[in-house]
Write a protein that binds this ligand. Structure first.
Ligand code: ZN
Length: 607
């Protein structure tokens, strides 16, 4: 860092409120509750959008933007406090109060949906052109689209009421059943132990293959014992969705998810076509893992096994900040400046202390346009990468700071682009520094390519299974034996010869919670999309150099006001509906993979 700046480990939240539970905080909450109630009442009395009600609805849209930004401000603040002090009952009580306020704002949004539901296109165009609506067009068009995917208000209310004891009850059944599940762990040394199912996943990430296999086998005995119950839950969730889709006039079971992701079917098809065509590349990483453990390919339970790298030297917080700053400032001065500013203002919480919630996140306020980064920094290189990731997110919000709040919420598909870009700036910056040991190089290369099998193969197999299951479910209940077959087929199709014979997991559909989320289907593919998009952007940055950066920022500014296709085409001049775009993104991992393949065997041999 050019000047030694404040590298405090705790954050300053006074940009939100002077203090928790002070008069400003109480007055803010009371005013927000009052305004939400007032607007909800007013909006519910308005007739749907017409020439007569156009200006009144314009005011309600602007009011909705205002209360949403204030709710976001409050929610970000309370989220920060609660994460940094998980033992506080006062913060937990605020979180509960916040969710009831959020439900009121959601009812207000329901009124906006009612307003535009049957609005003809010409009227909507007029609405978009009303004074005060500049930059809100995308929000309004999506509101209209969403309204078009709904039944009548009475039917939606009935569906929501029935869902409590139907659709969502299946999800709760899954949570309750699996939350109490235990399995028999047969340790390689002969010990037997009964463990909660929640520990299985970390055991399947153990260094020792025999431990991974024992956890896998012990777990699957239990999943098999419960397969009929779990199949009933899965069939119940999917069957309800099919029925609701038909009633809502939704043509395809993927449409709702694609709408949320702001992406077209054609783009997703192009992405998966490219992944299948280029699958040899991510499979090479699994073959490499197999060679290192002496097997032909890997088994399902080997996927989370750590690469056998020499231990990395510890990195303290000051060194971590200096590393991130160096890599950012040298290759992208604007994000380097932003990061220094963030440290000076104490917008990062990294201290290691008891009672902090686990994990890392970035949050912010559309009201004061400030961001905060949360993590628990443990002196590891992985934590340095996490810091770059979260600062990438924060920079995204910083770029959006002059955009109206209605045009700042971006879909899952675009959410991880800036964070992965931040990680890659760090990794590539460090890889160019002189004096790295081969072990450090291998670590950085593994950061860059090590996740490719999970994004490109594992998630693809999940998507293929879910799609095949929904297709068959449309004709009636899918028997449990068929679920196992569909699961194994999807695994072998995507992993190919990288999965050893008998190395599939026919019960993955049962053990993966994502398939049982009652509020949403096809949870995973936006992550693959974001992973590949950020690789494509970074490859373009490496080709074009600094000229690329204004385009990158133009892209970030568009993430909340355009479909994925439009945002990428307008800002970067690329067409994501074509498989070539995705193939190029996948190929970006080839060069680092080659280097890793050359480095690893010697490193592992000399340990
Ligand atoms: Zn992230």
């Amino acid at each position: 860092m050019s000047n030694p700046v404040n590298v405090a480990r705790t954050w300053d939240l006074s940009g939100y409120f002077p203090r928790f539970d002070g008069p400003e905080f109480s007055a803010f909450k009371a005013a927000l509750r009052h305004d939400v109630a007032g607007h909800l009442k007013h909006a519910s009395l308005l007739a749907p959008l017409s020439d007569q009600t156009l200006l009144a609805w314009r005011d309600e849209i602007i009011a909705f933007e205002d209360v949403s930004a204030r709710l976001g401000h409050l929610s970000s603040y309370i989220g920060c406090l609660a994460a940094a002090d998980a033992a506080s009952e006062a913060y937990r009580a605020e979180e509960a109060a916040l969710s009831s306020l959020a439900a009121e704002v959601e009812k207000f949004r329901g009124e906006l949906l009612r307003a535009v539901h049957h609005a003809p296109a010409a009227l909507l165009t007029e609405f978009e052109a009303a004074p005060g609506m500049e930059g809100a067009g995308f929000f309004l068009r999506r509101l209209r689209q969403e309204a078009g995917l709904r039944m009548s208000t009475a039917e939606e209310t009935l569906a929501a009421d029935l869902a409590i004891d139907g659709l969502h009850a299946w999800g709760r059944l899954y949570d309750t059943l699996t939350g109490k599940m235990t399995f028999e762990m047969a340790w390689p040394d002969g010990r037997r132990e009964t463990l909660p199912m929640s520990q299985r996943r970390s055991l399947m990430a153990n260094q020792d293959r025999a431990v991974r296999k024992a956890a896998f086998d012990g777990g699957n005995t239990v999943w098999a014992a419960h397969e009929d119950t779990l199949a009933a839950a899965l069939n119940g969730i999917a069957g309800t969705r099919h029925t609701l889709n038909r009633r809502r006039g939704i043509g395809h079971f993927l449409d709702g998810s694609l709408f949320d992701a702001a992406v077209s079917r054609r783009t997703i098809d192009a992405m998966f076509a490219a992944i299948h065509a280029q699958a040899a590349l991510p499979r090479r990483i699994l073959h490499l893992m197999g060679r290192l453990q002496g097997t032909q390919g890997i088994a399902w339970y080997d996927q989370e096994a750590p690469m056998q790298l020499p231990p990395q030297p510890p990195v303290n917080w000051e060194q971590a900040c200096a590393m991130v700053d160096r890599a950012f400032s040298e290759h992208y001065p604007a994000i380097g400046d932003y990061f220094e500013d963030l440290l000076i203002k104490r917008w990062a919480e990294s201290e290691k202390r008891p009672n902090k919630r686990p994990g890392a996140f970035c949050t912010g306020s559309e009201l004061v346009r400030e961001q905060r980064v949360y993590m628990t920094y443990n002196d590891t290189m992985n934590d340095v990468v996490t810091l770059a990731h979260e600062v990438g997110h924060a920079f995204h919000s910083h770029v959006l700071r002059t955009t109206r709040p209605l045009a700042t919420s971006y879909p899952m598909t675009l959410a991880e682009t800036a964070s992965n870009f931040g990680e890659m700036l760090l990794i590539h910056g460090l890889l160019r520094e002189p004096g790295l040991t081969p072990g450090q190089r291998a670590f950085l290369l593994d950061c860059e390519v090590g996740r490719a099998p999970s994004y490109l193969l594992n998630i693809t197999a999940r998507f293929e299974f879910e799609r095949a299951f929904y297709e068959e479910r449309a004709a009636g209940e899918v028997p449990v034996s068929r679920l196992r077959t569909l699961m194994s087929e999807a695994q072998f199709r995507t992993f190919g010869d990288a999965l050893e014979s008998g190395g599939d997991d026919p019960y993955f559909w049962a053990s993966k919670l994502h398939f049982f989320i009652s509020g949403l289907s096809f949870y995973n593919y936006p992550y693959t999309f974001g992973y590949l998009l950020s690789h494509a952007l970074f490859a373009q940055f490496r080709r074009e150099g600094p000229d690329f950066l204004p385009k990158y920022e133009a892209f970030l500014r568009r993430t909340g006001s355009a479909t994925c296709e439009d945002a990428v085409r307008e800002a970067l001049g690329r067409d994501i509906t074509q498989p070539e775009f995705w193939a190029e993104a996948i190929h970006a991992i080839e060069h680092p993979l080659k280097e890793l393949e050359a480095l690893l065997p010697s490193l592992v041999g000399t340990r």
